[in-house]
Design a protein around this ligand. Structure first.
Ligand SMILES: [Zn+2]
Length: 389
């Protein structure tokens, strides 16, 4: 993966060529391959903002429909009772050798039991739909301390149908009690203990709170800003920390730590972190981090979900009359300069300026309508067999 991420945005999709256009004072380069990886900084921000917009839309819809958006947080022990017994109750020892893949599979199974079954199906009547986000945190090997292993949890954003005369709080609580009881039995099926301390209910009663809950669920790692979301985040982390002890990292933080160690030539520690990263990568392959329950997107009016790969290849539409198709190898050394010149062009002359620049660099180009270029890119993308439609 690290190789794939590194080449992200540097390889043309259509036989060595890319298309240039202008968007306001900016230059759009269309037709570079994007890795679509969950952990690629550039791709991730695009994927996250796309998903956040969808979830926000759903929250607005829910409020206008008189539904109650509630976020439940479900987690459990990260080792089985049998594993813990074998280590004489010593968690530090018990978590050694438990991989991300193992934890994920156990948690998925517990969640499947929670949803399905007779009682799980009955709970469906109390909601319109739900959006489920999965998150994982790991031991922070940057600091010494006792290890608690891999934490896997789910934030389930449920659109609860209130019963007549029931307050939002009551409806959320009733649903939550039933949900947690099911989660307990789901965990039991895989010999895990559901974590009642980390079980949490957050009800949204206003549009703003609903939007904030949606953001919390869709964004993954938080960015520091003092909002309702961050207060939430703090509470969550505290709930997690209470049970787990300090010293946990998100996958994003782990990547930053690896980069830091590399910079400081600490290869011993770096190898340890890289091994941790590889386990994470292996164990999270194919995970759908954010999932919509069947039919919800249609109800909300959103249509079919796009794959991450599709999302990262949706380019912003240009406002120039056409695009200029050039050879990427000829262009790439000039990209920064080209952007700077177009940015400082007089208003309304951006497109002309861009073409003049190409002439001055001695780069030949072919003008083409934007949608034609888009078609070529799409054809090439899907003929790679990266995705079957
Ligand atoms: Zn990428």
């Amino acid at each position: 993966m690290q190789g794939r991420v590194k080449t992200c945005g540097t390889v043309p999709i259509v036989s060595g060529r890319v298309a240039l256009g202008t968007v306001g004072k900016g230059v759009a380069i269309k037709g570079l391959h994007r890795c679509g990886n969950r952990w690629c900084l550039e791709c991730q921000s695009k994927i996250a903002s796309h998903k956040a917009t969808d979830v926000e839309h759903a929250m607005q819809w829910a409020i206008t429909q008189g539904l109650i958006p509630v976020m439940y947080t479900l987690t459990g022990a990260h080792v089985t009772t049998a594993e813990l017994d074998k280590a004489d109750g010593n968690l530090h020892e018990a978590v050694q050798g438990v991989t991300v893949e193992t934890v994920r599979k156990r948690m998925s199974k517990a969640w499947a039991v929670t949803r399905n079954g007779r009682r799980g199906s009955a709970l469906k009547d109390k909601r319109i739909g739900m959006i489920t986000a999965q998150e994982v945190t790991l031991d922070d090997f940057m600091f010494p301390g006792s290890r608690t292993g891999i934490h896997w949890h789910r934030h389930v954003l449920v659109l609860v149908k209130p019963l007549r005369g029931q307050s939002a709080q009551q409806a959320a609580h009733d649903y939550g009690m039933e949900l947690f009881a099911l989660w307990q039995s789901g965990c039991k099926k895989v010999d895990l203990k559901a974590d009642s301390q980390a079980f949490d209910i957050k009800v949204a009663t206003t549009l703003q709170e609903a939007v904030d809950l949606g953001k919390y669920v869709s964004k993954g790692e938080s960015t520091p800003k003092e909002t309702y979301v961050d207060t939430l985040h703090k509470e969550m982390t505290r709930a997690d920390a209470k049970h787990a002890g300090k010293g946990r990292v998100s996958p994003e933080q782990l990547l930053r730590n690896i980069a830091y160690l590399k910079e400081h030539n600490n290869s011993k520690r770096m190898n340890q972190l890289v091994a941790q990263w590889k386990d994470l990568e292996r164990g999270t392959k194919g995970v759908h981090w954010l999932q919509w329950s069947p039919g919800l997107r249609d109800l909300v009016g959103l249509g079919e979900d796009m794959t991450d790969e599709e999302i990262v290849h949706v380019d912003m539409q240009v406002d120039s009359p056409s695009v200029a198709v050039v050879t990427w190898d000829e262009l790439k050394a000039h990209v920064d300069e080209l952007r700077a010149v177009v940015r400082s062009a007089e208003d309304g002359t951006e497109w002309e300026t861009l073409l003049l620049c190409l002439d001055s660099y001695g780069i030949s180009y072919v003008l083409q309508p934007e949608h034609e270029w888009g078609q070529q890119v799409k054809q090439r993308l899907y003929s790679y067999g990266t995705k079957q439609r």
